[in-house]
Design a protein around this ligand. Structure first.
Ligand code: FAD
Length: 353
């Protein structure tokens, strides 16, 4: 850790999508930032599909606060593309398989509602998919988005390293000291405090152990195979084209599981799904596990510790980090710098009072 000779405004712990983009936005506010990240196994951002889907759940409803989230993520990711001089944020179409009459009826009924007219439509077949006869029909989701998340994480890490913000270091909470009413770490007492963006590891953070953590393990594959299909196909798993003949395929949900080892039966099941789409010639190049950081009520948890005004939390992004994080950054920085209130549903203090 360096930077000890200058005044640090904010020390961010965790360099997943949440910590990195928060550091970037805070820098734009002219804050002096120190970000510490240790590459723990199970980091969710490293396995994420980066998909932002306006439609969610078995009843195909609009994603919570979609319009608001979209306003924020469009601005942030487009701005990052400009700053980092690369393209990694794309509008895409999602093809949702409808596998029984109930699903089909539900979909068709939704697409008739005004609020959904621009977002979803229906098709009896999708030419590029080699599974026409096995599926009843297909829902089409328009105005979905995808981040090439590996690319963004690498570019943003390099950008923050060049600005002497990002440091590879494990933060050890037990080495913190409370002096003159402020927390310090290795002699640093950030003016605005410490922000913990540690992903699922937050359950080991002594300041936040009593929160209703709800880790959700997921496993994804990077696969090589032949299929002329752009966008995302969503059935029991999702298949997303990355580039050329490479696809991202995931993922399952194992609740309250923080074990980062590969689940072999899950891998075998996914292989069957892949064979239907890519044929038996496909090969899984990499299988990796990530643990989604969530709270039991499935909403982000951001804000300040109930006792210490210089200890903050930026966590609980669950299954939808790519769409939630930009909005949460806006809320958190407005709270920290302008004392604006954090909405109740995502405020950490909902667990205190
Ligand atoms: C299989 C899978 C697929 C997913 N697909 C999608 C998707 O398509 N779309 C979507 O929006 N979301 C998706 N998600 C969810 C998404 O990945 C998360 O919401 C998001 O990445 C969480 O980011 P984060 O920065 O909060 O946590 P993380 O990405 O877990 O980052 C936390 C970071 O903090 C570091 N850290 C922890 N403790 C310390 C410490 N003491 N010192 C230093 N560093 C520390 C960790 O090593 C890590 O680098 C998926 C998740 C999984 C598992």
């Amino acid at each position: 850790m360096s930077k000890s000779d200058s005044i640090i405004d904010l020390c961010i712990i965790g360099g997943g999508l949440a910590g990195l983009t928060l550091a970037y936005r805070a820098l734009k506010e002219n804050l002096n930032i120190l970000l510490l990240d240790h590459p723990f196994e199970g980091t969710a951002s490293k396995v994420s599909g980066g998909v932002m889907n306006p439609i969610t759940g078995k009843r195909y409803v609009k994603t919570w606060q979609w319009d608001l989230l979209k306003d924020h993520f469009e601005i942030l990711y487009k701005e990052l593309e400009e700053t980092l001089c690369e393209s990694f944020f794309h509008e895409i179409q999602i093809i949702q398989s409808l596998e029984n009459p109930e699903q089909e009826n539900q979909w068709i009924a939704r697409s008739g509602q005004d609020e959904y007219a621009q977002l979803i439509s229906w098709a009896s077949s999708v030419e590029q998919l080699p599974i026409q006869n096995e599926r009843l029909s297909f829902g089409i989701i328009h105005r979905a988005y995808q981040l090439e998340i590996d690319k963004l994480l690498t570019l943003l890490t390099d950008f923050l390293k060049a600005k002497n913000v990002f440091h590879t270091e494990r933060f050890r909470h037990q080495e913190m000291e409370f002096k003159e009413n402020k927390w310090t770490y290795k002699g640093i007492a950030p003016r605005l405090g410490f922000v913990f963006a540690e992903g699922y590891k937050v359950s080991e953070n002594p300041f936040f152990q009593e929160l209703p953590h709800f880790a959700v393990k997921g496993q994804r594959s990077i696969v090589e195979g032949q299929l002329k299909f752009e966008g995302i196909y969503k059935s029991s798993y999702s298949l997303c084209k990355i580039n050329g003949n490479r696809f991202w395929c995931g993922s399952n949900y194992e609740f309250q599981n923080r074990d980062c080892s590969i689940n072999k039966s899950e891998k075998a099941q996914k292989k069957k799904f892949l064979e239907k789409l890519l044929g038996t010639e496909n090969s899984i190049l990499q299988e990796l596990v990530g643990i989604r950081p969530a709270m039991k009520d499935r909403r982000p948890a951001i804000g300040t510790h109930k006792i210490y005004s210089d200890i903050h939390l930026f966590n609980g992004m669950g299954t939808k980090g790519s769409s939630l994080i930009p909005y949460c950054i806006h809320v958190f920085l407005s709270f920290l710098l302008k004392n604006e209130p954090i909405p109740k549903e995502i405020n950490l203090n909902r667990f205190y009072f």
